[in-house]
Design a protein around this ligand. Structure first.
Ligand SMILES: [Zn+2]
Ligand SMILES: [Zn+2]
Length: 284
């Protein structure tokens, strides 16, 4: 998302931000952004960030429009994108084959729908490992934050489980994290359904998905599993060796969660070659 919506505008020829208006720094675990020095001092507020306007209806003081970029940078920094992947965007997504192009197109179509119709139906990207799903998920998140000013939280599924487990082992309730994941306007879960999926882990998925279902929150996700209802109804398919070919997302998360996901999300399969095995098109 090049800087066409922000004022004052970044220098389109800037060698540092390339016209985006911000630079990414991989500090620690998460990717964070900071405003680029090529952005000139705001002529409206002279850098104060607030303005007072006088017209026939009186005097009004409010935040200056130059605060839009710093606000969105803050949203980006709150999104908790992995440090190595914060730069993933639609511009850097490699269209290595038709499947990749179709997947990127589905994502762009979803953003368009979200922007114009304000619909709260999310999107699940499904495909085998190495198809660029996470790249596309992060590209969507960047576009939502910098283009739409949306508040988004990213979390990798197995990391979510380990964070909760660590919290419980320290005697913490994890209430704050769960509250954030349930109530943030857009939640993005990478690798949904990955891992052993014990009864407790399934309860975590259920709590998050049901919570978001009840609060009408938008859910974005990637998964290595095919879309589909549980094949063996009533049987807990836990502790099975992961088998991407035969197991469906429904098998992984259970019937109740899957039925909610069907209502809450569109589904986009990603086919094509493994980007990671294609050296000339190495993405992730
Ligand atoms: Zn710059
Ligand atoms: Zn200003």
């Amino acid at each position: 998302m090049r800087n066409t919506v922000f004022e004052p505008p970044a220098d389109p020829k800037c060698k540092s931000c390339h016209g985006y208006g911000f630079n990414l720094i991989a500090r620690g675990e998460f990717s964070s952004a900071q405003k680029c020095s090529c952005i000139p001092l705001c002529p409206l507020c002279r850098g104060k960030g607030t303005r007072t306007i006088q017209n026939e209806s009186g005097v009004r003081t409010g935040r200056c429009r130059c605060q839009k970029l710093p606000d969105r940078i803050q949203y980006f920094n709150n999104a908790c994108l992995p440090a190595a992947q914060g730069q993933n965007s639609f511009e850097t997504f490699k269209h290595v084959n038709k499947g990749a192009t179709l997947a990127a197109r589905s994502c762009a179509a979803w953003i368009q729908k979200y922007t114009t119709e304000k619909e709260n139906k999310g999107l699940i990207l499904s495909g085998d490992v190495g198809r660029g799903k996470t790249h596309l998920l992060i590209a969507i998140i960047r576009s939502l934050i910098f283009g739409q000013g949306a508040r988004v939280r990213f979390i990798e599924f197995s990391r979510l489980l380990s964070t909760l487990r660590d919290g419980y082992s320290r005697g913490e309730s994890n209430q704050k994290l769960m509250h954030e994941l349930i109530n943030v306007p857009i939640l993005a879960i990478d690798e949904l359904g990955k891992g052993r999926l014990t009864g407790w882990e399934r309860t975590v998925i259920d709590d998050i998905v049901s919570g978001r279902y009840n609060s009408n929150g938008i859910l974005l996700a990637t998964t290595n599993y095919k879309w589909g209802s549980p094949q063996t109804k009533g049987v807990e398919l836990t502790n099975l060796a992961e088998n991407f070919d035969t197991q469906t997302l429904g098998d992984r998360v259970g019937e109740r969660v899957f039925s909610r996901l069907q209502e809450m999300c569109y589904f986009a399969p990603i086919q094509g070659v493994d980007f990671r095995s294609n050296r000339s098109a190495r993405l992730i």
